[in-house]
Design a binder for this molecule. Structure first.
Ligand code: ATP
Length: 494
C-alpha cells in the first residue's frame, strides 16, 4: 500500500488536498493521471449502465437541494455514526471501529485491551493481552481474546477500556450519535431558516425527480434512473487513503420495479451485473466477495442489502452496496411533499408506487481497488520494473508514441502525423526523450497499455511501426492502418 501511495504522488495520480497548506484530512485532489483514470471509470460505468441499456436513463442533480429532502429521507434524524472521544488525547474514533476485549487469565479478568479496526487487529489485540499478562505477572492460561466493538460495551465497561491513543483506561466517553451531513446556509441570512446540506448521497435526486422523469420520458417499469456526482460526509475518521474520505464521488442507480415483481430475483440480477462489471474493468474475481447484511441490522424498510467486497491491502472492505429498499423512499417523499409519485400500470390499469433496487458505488473506492489490483513489480531483461496493469479502457493514456530518434525531421514528421491521427480517438502520450527502454518503463509505471515506435524502417522500408504490449512486452510490426484496427479492438473492443 505504501508503495502504491508513493507512486500515486510521484506520478501525479492523487495528492492530498491543498497540500501546500498542510492538507485537509479526508480531502484529496486528483492529478493529471488520476483525473483521467477517474473520468475513464465514470465513463465506463455511464456507457454500460446508461447508454448500453434500454431501461436506464441518466440525470444530473444539484448538490444542494431543498432541506426537506433530508427530512423526508431520514438523514437529518438518523444519518449518524456512533462517535467516541478520548478526553485525554482529544482524539475521536468511530465507536464501531474501536474494538475491545477483556483479558482473562485462568478464569480471572485482569483488564481490557483496545485496538482500531484493521486487518491485523486480532493479532495486535492478542499481543497486547500477552503483554498485560506478563506485566502483571499472572500465571495460568490466557483465554482467547474475543473482540467486540465499542457500541457493544456495557456502561460499566466504559471506564475500564483503554483508549487506543494513550493505552490507558478512563478517558473514553460513551458512544454518541454524530450526524455526518455538512451544513451550510443558502442566501444572505445565516439563521435556522437558511440551513441547507451538502448531499451525503446522490440517490435522493432520483426519488424527488421520479415524477419529472416519468412525465418527460417514455420509461416503462422496470426502469432505472442513474446519476454520477459528488457526495459529502463529515466522516469521523477518514482513512485508508482515498477509501473513506469526506468528499467523494458516487455512481448510483435506482431501479424501479413493480411492487408485485420478484424483488429477490431483481436484487440477485443486479448483484451479478455489478460483479461482472467490476471484472470487466479488470478487477480479479478472486478479490471480490459478497457480504449479506444480517436481517436484524437492516433498517426497518429494507428487504435485503448485499455488499460486494474487495480485498484491499488493508482488509476486505465494502466496495459496492446493492440494497432492496422497497417503496420507502418514494413514499417518504409523497408524505413530505404532498405530491403523488406513482406509475400507471397499463396491464392492471392502476397506479402503483414502485419498489426499488439500489446499486450504489464510490468512484474513488473503485479507483483505489483498480490501482491495488494493477500494481506489480516484476523483472524485465534483468531490470526491475514497476507496472500498472490497468485495463486499456481505464488507462489514463492508451498509447505512448515514440519517434526512435529526434534529429531526423522526416521520421519526426511521420511520428507526429501518426500521433495526431491516434489523438482523434484516444489519449496519447508523445515522448521523444531518452532511450526507448526508458520510455517504455515510464509508460509501464503509469499503466499505458501500448507503445508505438516509429523507426527507420517506417520511413525507409515498408511504412510499418512497432506495437509493444505492456504486459507481455511482446512487439509486432504493423502498418499504420492495421495498427489503428488492432488498437480499436484492444482498447474499445470493436
Ligand atoms: P461505509 O459503511 O463504508 O461507510 P456506506 O454503507 O455508508 O459505506 P453507502 O451509503 O451505501 O455506504 O454508499 C454507497 C457507496 O458509496 C459505498 O459502497 C462506497 O463505495 C461509497 N462511499 C460511501 N462513503 C464513502 C466515503 N466516505 N468515501 C468514499 N466512498 C464512500
Amino acid at each position: 500500500m505504501d508503495a502504491l501511495v508513493a507512486l500515486c504522488k510521484r506520478r501525479g495520480f492523487v495528492y492530498s488536498s491543498s497540500e501546500i497548506y498542510g492538507g485537509l484530512a479526508g480531502f484529496f485532489d486528483y492529478g493529471p493521471l488520476g483525473a483521467e483514470l477517474r473520468r475513464n471509470i465514470r465513463n465506463a460505468w455511464w456507457e454500460d449502465m446508461v447508454h448500453r441499456r434500454d431501461d436506464v436513463v441518466g440525470i444530473d442533480c444539484s448538490i444542494i437541494s431543498h432541506p426537506k429532502v433530508w427530512e423526508a429521507s431520514g438523514h437529518i434524524q438518523g444519518f449518524s455514526d456512533p462517535m467516541v472521544d478520548c478526553k485525554e488525547s482529544k482524539q475521536r474514533f468511530r465507536a464501531d471501529q474501536l474494538y475491545f476485549a477483556a483479558v482473562i487469565v485462568a478464569g480471572e479478568k485482569i483488564g481490557y485491551v483496545s485496538v482500531l479496526e484493521d486487518a491485523a487487529m486480532q493479532a495486535e489485540a492478542d499481543g497486547k493481552a500477552l503483554d498485560m499478562k506478563r506485566k502483571l505477572a499472572k500465571q495460568g492460561a490466557l483465554e482467547p481474546v474475543v473482540l467486540r466493538d465499542y457500541t457493544e460495551a456495557k456502561p460499566e465497561e466504559y471506564d475500564l477500556i483503554p483508549s487506543p491513543a494513550t493505552g490507558k483506561p478512563g478517558s473514553l466517553t460513551p458512544p454518541r450519535a454524530f450526524n455526518l451531513m455538512f451544513q451550510t446556509h443558502v442566501g444572505a441570512m445565516t439563521d435556522e431558516s437558511s440551513v441547507a446540506y451538502l448531499r451525503p448521497e446522490t440517490a435522493q435526486g432520483m426519488f424527488f425527480n421520479f415524477k419529472n422523469v416519468v412525465d418527460t420520458t417514455r420509461v416503462k417499469l422496470p426502469f432505472g434512473i442513474a446519476q454520477i456526482g459528488r457526495s459529502f460526509r463529515n466522516e469521523i475518521t477518514p482513512r485508508n487513503f482515498i477509501f473513506r474520505s469526506r468528499e467523494f464521488e458516487q455512481m448510483e442507480m435506482e431501479y424501479f420495479i413493480h411492487p408485485d415483481a420478484d424483488w429477490q430475483k431483481e436484487h440477485r440480477a443486479w448483484i451479478d451485473w455489478c460483479k461482472n462489471w467490476l471484472i470487466s474493468i479488470g478487477l480479479p474475481a478472486s478479490h471480490l466477495s459478497e457480504y449479506d447484511h444480517p436481517k436484524e441490522k437492516l433498517a426497518f424498510y429494507s428487504r435485503g442489502t448485499t455488499d460486494i467486497m474487495f480485498n484491499y491491502p488493508f482488509g476486505v472492505q465494502e466496495l459496492w452496496g446493492i440494497a432492496a429498499r422497497g417503496d420507502y423512499d418514494l413514499k417518504q417523499h409523497v408524505k413530505f411533499s404532498g405530491k403523488a409519485l406513482e406509475f400507471f400500470d397499463e396491464a392492471n390499469k392502476s397506479k402503483v408506487v414502485p419498489h426499488v433496487i439500489e446499486p450504489a458505488v464510490g468512484v474513488d473506492r473503485i479507483l483505489l481497488a483498480v490501482l491495488c489490483a494493477a500494481y506489480y513489480e516484476d523483472v524485465i531483461e534483468g531490470e526491475k520494473r514497476t507496472v500498472l496493469r490497468l485495463h486499456p479502457r481505464l488507462a489514463p493514456y492508451k498509447v505512448g508514441i515514440f519517434p526512435l530518434v529526434k534529429n531526423k525531421p522526416e521520421l519526426l514528421a511521420r511520428a507526429e502525423a501518426l500521433c495526431a491521427r491516434l489523438k482523434r480517438r484516444w489519449n496519447v502520450f508523445w515522448d521523444v526523450s531518452g532511450a526507448i527502454g526508458r520510455r517504455y518503463r515510464r509508460m509501464d509505471e503509469i499503466g499505458t497499455p501500448f507503445c508505438v515506435t516509429v523507426d527507420f524502417d517506417t520511413i525507409e522500408k515498408d511504412g510499418t511501426v512497432t506495437l509493444r504490449d505492456r504486459d507481455t512486452t511482446q512487439q509486432v510490426r504493423l502498418s499504420e492502418d492495421a495498427l489503428v484496427a488492432e488498437l480499436s479492438k484492444r482498447i474499445d473492443g470493436v
